[in-house]
Design a protein around this ligand. Structure first.
Ligand SMILES: [Mg+2]
Length: 216
């Protein structure tokens, strides 16, 4: 069974955070470099040094803390169709996110309004890992964008699939399954014997035991 991370996988949150921060700091969009792979956990590192102040940090955490930030995110391209495809095949178990629990209402509304399949949303707070939550849910595959989350998930013996972003290309370990986009990932999933209706005969060989019976 499969779970989906939200930000960077289902919802394209970073452009909203960047735009709000640029507005609050009175900067020009051109002042911001976009996503150095080294800066995954440090949005401010994308900004000119002169504005990387404790005040900017405070504003940034205010932006992340504001539920309205999440409402403004657009879905990631083709994520909606892919999530619906997974749900129709009874493969989608849950959403597992690092969003803070107080964003629960806006998160559920956003999923509903955008037409995403309604599944439980698990807000995971450190030190708990996403793998621990997944294990409880019987989830073995997590579609993720964070290098750190993907690594932790794999270390627990589970399978992360990374939707590729600039900031996760540096993760080159051989256990990393990656997909250039949701479109590519769905193309792959469609070719795997994951459909619950086909599980009894995943490779389409028919009923072997019956054939043996006939031949004997
Ligand atoms: Mg994410």
């Amino acid at each position: 069974m499969i779970a989906l991370d939200l930000d960077g996988v289902v919802a394209n949150l970073t452009p909203v955070v960047m735009r709000r921060l640029v507005e609050r700091l009175g900067l020009e969009p051109a002042d911001v470099r976009y996503w150095d792979p080294e800066h995954y956990d440090d949005v401010l590192a994308e900004f000119p040094e002169r504005v990387r102040t404790p005040e900017a940090e405070r504003i940034l955490s205010e932006i992340y803390g504001d539920p309205e930030t999440y409402r403004e995110a657009h879905p990631m391209p083709h994520a909606l169709e892919a999530a619906q495809w997974l749900a129709r095949r009874k493969l989608l178990t849950a959403y597992i996110t690092r969003r803070k629990p107080h964003t629960r209402d806006v998160t559920l509304e956003w999923l509903r309004e955008r037409g995403f399949p309604m599944r439980p949303v698990h807000h995971v707070e450190r030190p708990e890992t996403k793998a621990e939550v997944a294990a409880r849910l019987g989830v073995s595959i997590l579609v993720e964008d964070s290098p750190r989350e993907a690594r932790e998930f794999a270390e627990a013996g589970l399978t992360p699939i990374l939707i590729e972003h600039r900031y996760n290309r540096s993760l080159t370990e051989p256990w990393v399954l990656r997909a250039g986009s949701w479109e590519a990932l769905r193309g792959l999933l469609e070719r795997l014997p994951l459909d619950y209706r086909e599980r009894r005969d995943p490779l389409g060989y028919g009923n072997k035991r019956g054939q043996h019976g006939r031949n004997a």
